[in-house]
Design a protein around this ligand. Structure first.
Ligand code: FES
Length: 353
């Protein structure tokens, strides 16, 4: 259904929960304009309906307008996932003229000092607020996204209020996922059970206030759950991610799986990758599942949870997701949660390329 086109890993921000891999693709290795157009053609032919232009910061690509126009020509719904810090009125007008359908604008916090400390960029908040104003003035559908964690989770009520003030149609309050840089900073970011409870109460209190005007999406942290989430809607069932250098992945963190080869769109067609590659077929469906998943009534609902989390916590991408209370590795999640009551270590900031 969806293609995540990670156009670049370049980004002016340094968020410590970034889902990009620890080893970032270099600008010189990025797919060129024709390469991305070919990917869009093949995605549309395969039945993809939506393309999310992401990064890094996708605005760093000068050909973004050309790619949006190409997506529009293929009747793909296009979404730009951006930090907004480099958005100008002229660039936005060009993107709208090219046919951009939707913008997802990220904020690090509602408190300015906290937001700029987390994002590692001074002056970023004012630029983001201006970006939101420009987007609404251009009448482009706006989703405001906050990634929350133990260092900003107390401000969830204020985040939702800010999104409403900015005219967002949707606000996402998404707890950090622990892959890539998020995993490297897990002990500094994982909220305690009390923090999570307070945040959930703030979301529930806000829902009736904004009902009918702004949707509130709330993603809770996996580690506090006892059942795993159906990560990506099931491995290679609805989603293709293409990295800046052109590797096709079933999810953004898949490259952490050491014994898996990820085919390049420079050498293979997306249809072939989707139908035949080991990367896309190994964990699709239920045949690969361990016995505790095979015997579970929910196996076609959660699809065994998250393969990258199984790798990160159990050391084996084919293990059951340790978030699940039936997993023999569930104790590792409980140990990580125990650390969330201790003082947080310093944040490790991602490096830009
Ligand atoms: Fe890779 Fe969940 S992030 S399967």
């Amino acid at each position: 259904m969806a293609l995540l086109a990670e156009l670049t890993h370049r980004c002016p921000l340094k968020c410590p929960y970034c889902s990009n891999p620890l080893a970032l693709d270099r600008a010189a290795d990025e797919l060129d304009t024709d390469g991305w157009k070919r990917v869009l053609d093949q995605a549309a032919a395969l039945g993809v309906l939506q393309v999310h232009f992401s990064g890094g910061e996708p605005m760093a690509r000068r050909d973004l307008e050309a790619l949006v126009a190409h997506a529009r020509g293929l009747e793909l719904y296009s979404n730009l996932i951006t930090s907004g810090v480099t958005l100008t009125e002229a660039r936005l007008a060009a993107l709208v003229a090219a046919g951009l359908d939707h913008i997802q604008l990220s904020f690090q916090d509602v408190d300015v000092a906290s937001a700029e400390r987390i994002g590692g960029m001074k002056g970023a908040q004012a630029r983001k607020l201006e970006a939101a104003r420009l987007i609404r003035a251009a009448d482009v559908a706006l989703t405001v996204n906050f990634v929350v964690h133990r260092q900003n989770v107390a401000n969830v009520g204020g985040m939702i209020a800010l999104a409403a003030e900015l005219g967002a149609r949707r606000v996402e309050i998404a707890h950090t996922q622990y892959y890539g840089w998020g995993l490297a900073n897990r002990d500094a970011l994982l909220p305690s059970a009390d923090q999570l409870q307070a945040a959930t109460a703030a979301v529930e209190a806000a829902r009736p206030v904004h009902a009918g005007r702004m949707a509130i999406d709330y993603v809770t942290p996996d580690y506090h759950a006892t059942q795993p989430k159906p990560c990506m809607g099931g491995w290679a069932q609805r989603f293709i991610n293409v990295s800046p250098a052109g590797r096709a992945l079933p999810c953004h963190a898949a490259e952490t799986i050491p014994d898996m080869d990820f085919p390049s769109v420079r050498e293979h067609g997306l249809k072939d990758i989707w139908e035949r590659s080991d990367a896309f077929t190994r964990f699709r469906g239920t045949a690969w599942m361990p016995s505790e998943c095979q015997s579970c009534a929910l196996k076609e609902r959660d699809w065994g949870g998250c393969r990258c989390q199984a790798l990160a916590l159990a050391g084996d991408a084919a293990a059951s997701d340790p978030v699940c209370s039936r997993s023999p590795h569930h104790g590792r999640v409980l140990a990580a949660l125990a650390a969330s009551d201790a003082p947080p270590p310093p944040l490790l900031y991602r490096a830009s390329r």
